[in-house]
Ligand binder design. Sequence first.
Ligand code: HEC
Ligand code: HEC
Length: 644
Amino acid sequence: MDRRTTFGRIAMLACAMLGVVQPAGARTSTLLGSDHGGHYWFGYCQDQPDDTPLPPDPRSLVTPTYDKAVAFNVAWHACLARQPATCGELRALAAAGGRLLRGTGDVAAGWQFSGDHPSSMFAVPADQYNALWLRWGLLGRPADFDQIVAERYGTPLSAERNPYPLPGEDPNLTNGGSGQLPMALTQTHNADGSWSGNIGVTCAICHGGQVGTAADGPGLGPLFGNNGLADVNLLLTELGNANNGFNVMSLNRVRGSGNITNFQLFGLLTLFDFQTTLPAMVLNPGLWTSSNTGSEDPPNWWNLGHRPAKFFDAGMSTDSTRIELSWYMPGAATPQYQEGYDWVLAHEYAGNTWMLSLRSPAYPLPIDTRLAKRGAVLFHRLDLWATRRHNPVPRPVGGNGSCASCHGAYAPRYVNNPRFLATPMLAGMAGNVTPIDIINTDPARMEGNSAAVENAARASFFAYYGQDGCAEKYNLIGYLAQPLYGVWASAPYFHNGSVPTVWGVLKSSSRPLFWRRMSRPAQPGVVMGYETDLARAYDPVTLGWRYDELQCGSSGVTPYLQCDPSDPYATPLVESWLDIMFQNGSLSWNMLGGLMAPTLTNAQIEDRKIYNTRMYSQSNTGHEFTDVLTDRERTALIEYLKTL
Ligand code: HEC
Ligand code: HEC
């Protein structure tokens, strides 16, 4: 962890204090206690000298296992089969990766499609940034410009200094400037280390969130690798320059954690090199007619060390790390791609190692320890397919039918039981692709990665399936169950962010059809971001952010939100037509996105906070096998999930 920054110190404090904020008795209980994700090595190396050799990567111990309580149906595919040799090496890599990925004006920080260069066509000069208020229809630069940027675009101001020059300021006379950038942006540096006055976009535009403030508890406030809050499209288009291209591509329709990117297009944009994939795209119309992957809600980075495979469909091994820097690849999608490859190869391992060091924040509100212990037993032992439950959903292969069977075992009592796990090293490990007929969540993301897309990806630099000894893609059709560390802090839920609370995940009849996450108190003429204040907006009973349920037809100025109030479940004609379009062309979503969810007026931007579960890729179905639980069981399970 980076010791030099305030945020680093807060995060270190978080790690040190995890035991203290646990409910009384948690540390000695065999049922409660959590290492809050992160990779095993970081706990192992704490207080160890630099030359301490590292044990094997626990993810490498995962093999398909059906005879234990926890079922794995994927294995670790050692694409590169490398690991740091010692604790010292691990710490050095993580520190370098942090400087690359945290942004905040570090000389080594990367940014959108430009590596760590001072400038590119995606760079936004500070003058242009300082003039953003013109796009907001204001008559002058507001005094709280930085705060309005954070609200309007939904990207929290960085917890540590993240400077840019105010109008008239020379960044090199003011240590970068006296403005403060949000997490999604960083100022770049010239080759000689001086400030460039250019601003670039970081991973945090999609992967940066906020939960409460630092005053609420250790590790809280702006968070790296949490699901996002931003209106990605709005920020990129108003920033301008080459980012304007994203207007056409319309990455997202719903602000923030509802829907973020068209992963397939993102993939095509960055995966293609002029040597292999571009010709493949021209020759292979299947790439263009495959369906669109639609809305997505990025997974938490703090879980990467506890999953042998990543991406919603287990599309890649977690050892296959090149793709993680695709957003920063210099020269992406241009003939300069070779330079990009070299840059990615020089940086991806460090970036990945820093992400492995991140941990989920401990739940800061009171926990009923007795209830949580009951929940722990249910989580690991309750068989959702026991005969008397009459579960209408087909029983998955392997496992004991509990939450743990798919999401992993966490409680020491079960982790140390050989009937649960082959070795306690597999604590918190989740590696189960739940077949689609069992999980039944929206299929668009899964289907979008058609055989044509897979084949193109397979040949690309980023995937390198079959190269370097890396095994083929997992041949399973469904969604990968995630570890549940910090799940309390990552609402909304499912891969498409369609369900606002854990209560809704566990009880499908309680899920809202149209909903809108609560915003911060309105200010006249300003678009406000989502409320992240725990007291005002966090619901500790249902586990999630508070939201309004909207009535069909009553809300919004944007036509696609409207429906027939007398029959809200009927799909209106316009949506049926859109479904057909999106199912038949990966780009149609993007082309039409700007028309269907425009960002021209503040009212239209407000509408983009509405999650319409009847839109393509945004269905809130699935996980219905937990409908057989009683409300009492749900309450206990939720109390337990708070401790993870
Ligand atoms: C435009 C939004 C966007 C940006 C920018 C972005 N990501 Fe992502 N990222 C996503 C989405 C969405 C997913 C889930 C994709 C899927 O599985 O379909 C994801 C998945 C990931 C994962 C896999 C997590 C897992 O457990 O499955 C990692 C790691 C990751 N991103 C790292 C990065 C890094 C590092 C950067 C910056 C260099 C970055 N991302 C930039 C949206 C984004
Ligand atoms: C048969 C496997 C399976 C079982 C059993 C199971 N889940 Fe899940 N669960 C999944 C999968 C797969 C997903 C991801 C679905 C998606 O995103 O489309 C998921 C998603 C979730 C999520 C949302 C996570 C997020 O960040 O979006 C929660 C919370 C959850 N499950 C809790 C539970 C609890 C509690 C139980 C036990 C009562 C349970 N699950 C039982 C497979 C399972």
